[in-house]
Design a protein around this ligand. Structure first.
Ligand SMILES: [Zn+2]
Length: 507
């Protein structure tokens, strides 16, 4: 074994107990098993995991490795992980300040009452009157502009400076590309083309739903109207809370796989004070202990979240134990997000809906059209977010000009009027929008590939599950999303299959 490989073994041995402790702490807090989250002691106890010795070891391995080899792959992924941990520690005080603001801020309304900031999105999507929504959103935007936007702006600037100064490449975008193995420039071009290619469909479908659901026109719709528009509560009864866990377990079982990976996925459905209301997945040890925490309340978005988190959970719980730390815990998150989306997209699959939900033949077509409308909106929003976030982190646009650019880019893509106040708030740090967009593309390729191998109803074909477990989940996150698409289907990632799927849904 060479010196640099021996020192990588040391990096791995220090890294795994750290991420396990961190994950256990986060899981306990979000599941309501512990009153407060206490991350600082974990970072202090495991400081060596991302300390100077680890950084020097992965830098040396990264420089020494022959390009294109497995050693180069490991070194790249570990270097990204060590830098991400160090930058995460440096950003922690700013992140904690933002979290504290979000948890405590209250929006003063003109009638003298206060709306908790954390509840305002839900309140807006449950407020049927357009004028009332305007009043609430004006008050929200004023508070965000005065207090939260400056905190977020400082945090994002600091993130950009830390990555740009990490010694990998000349700026943040090149640094991300080098460490993640992802071409942001390539993806930006795809997003711009996707927005152009789907403009005509969007111009046709948006006014229809605005008119029929809200009685509004495209000229006067703002982002605060989106929640009500997509809420589509008329379908709630087809997605009862009581059937949710039973039906998703039945689906995985019929696919020939274990719905709890033979006990390694632990479903936590108990009602508990302090437990987060949205389902989430916490891998505490990979693959041995993965928690799927659910608080069922029903409705299509609750089913969708459970399916999404189950995709993550089964991925982690079926990763081969023999894979090194970096391929079980880190790597290209477009892969795990792709599996999560492969599962949650069953809610856009006619056969799946008819078999596992209460929709029935009479309503499934209406539901699918509505799902296609929502899918196209989210895709266009994320494509626009990536374009904007590359300008934000790219350095060629002055930060004072970003709010106007944000409003222009997002409003044009979605048809909803966005607000300058949100330009630094509505940002996924560290280009996570790129991970999501590539995951969307990956799930579309995987769905087409599964259909070719196991037929349209692959999700109830008992040979499909073992294939998914062995060929996909078992590999952890060793591959990049585009490498995986190439291996399983000889296709590259792109928006074409997503456009085909949206067109089918909207028929
Ligand atoms: Zn996810």
């Amino acid at each position: 074994m060479t010196a640099s490989l021996a020192s990588l073994a040391g990096v791995r041995a220090r890294a795994e107990p750290f991420v396990e402790d961190l994950s256990r702490e986060v899981h306990s807090a979000l599941a309501g098993l512990k009153p407060d989250v206490d991350l600082q002691p974990v970072f202090t106890r495991h400081a060596a995991a991302f300390g100077d010795e680890s950084l020097a070891a992965v830098h040396a391995a990264h420089e020494a490795a022959e390009p294109g080899t497995d050693d180069a792959r490991s070194a790249r992924v570990l270097l990204e992980w060590v830098l991400d941990s160090r930058i995460g520690r440096d950003l922690a005080p700013l992140d904690e300040r933002c979290l504290r603001w979000e948890a405590s801020a209250r929006i003063p309304l003109p009638d003298g009452s206060f709306e908790p900031y954390q509840r305002v999105t839900i309140t807006l999507s449950n407020t049927p009157g357009m004028r009332e929504r305007r009043v609430i959103d004006d008050a929200r935007a004023a508070l965000v502009a005065a207090e939260f936007a400056p905190l977020r702006r400082e945090r994002l600037q600091r993130e950009r400076d830390l990555w740009a100064g990490a010694g990998v490449a000349s700026d943040y975008i090149r640094t991300f590309e080098a460490l993640a193995g992802v071409s942001l420039d390539g993806l930006r071009n795809q997003c711009a083309a996707f927005l152009r290619d789907t403009q005509a469909i969007w111009d046709e479908v948006l006014p229809h739903y605005l008119k029929t659901r809200l009685g509004m026109t495209a000229a006067d719709v703002i982002r605060a109207d989106a929640g009500v528009l997509f809420r589509a509560r008329e379908f709630d009864a087809a997605f009862p809370a009581s059937a949710m866990e039973r039906e998703v377990r039945r689906f995985v079982t019929e696919m020939g796989a274990s719905p709890d990976a033979n006990g390694r996925v632990r479903y936590d459905t108990a009602e508990r004070e302090g437990k987060r209301s949205r389902a989430f997945c916490s891998p505490v040890r990979i693959p041995e202990e993965v928690h799927l925490v659910v608080r069922p309340h029903g409705g299509q978005s609750d089913w969708m979240t459970l399916l999404h988190e189950l995709g993550h959970a089964l991925h982690f719980a079926n990763a081969e134990r023999t894979l090194p730390f970096e391929y079980r815990w880190t790597g290209d998150n477009s892969v795990t997000e792709g599996y999560a989306m492969l599962f949650d997209h069953r809610l856009k699959d006619r056969g799946w809906l008819l078999r596992y939900t209460g929709l029935g033949n009479a309503r499934v077509d209406d539901y699918l059209r509505s799902a296609g409308f929502e899918e196209l909106h989210f895709l266009r929003r994320y494509a626009a977010k990536l374009l904007y976030e590359m300008d934000l982190y790219g350095g060629s646009v002055p930060w004072d000009s970003l709010p106007a650019l944000y409003v222009d880019t997002l409003s044009r893509a979605t048809g909803f009027r966005y607000r300058e106040a949100d330009a630094f708030v509505d940002v996924d740090p560290h280009f996570y929008a790129a991970r999501y967009l590539r995951a969307w593309q990956l799930q579309a390729v995987l769905n087409e590939s599964l259909t070719e191998r196991f037929n349209e109803d692959w999700w109830r074909n008992p040979v499909a599950g073992p294939w998914i477990v062995g060929e996909l989940f078992g590999q952890g996150q060793r591959e990049l999303a585009d490498e995986q698409a190439m291996r399983v289907s000889a296709r590259s990632l792109g928006f074409a299959p997503l456009v085909r799927a949206v067109e089918r849904l909207l028929q």
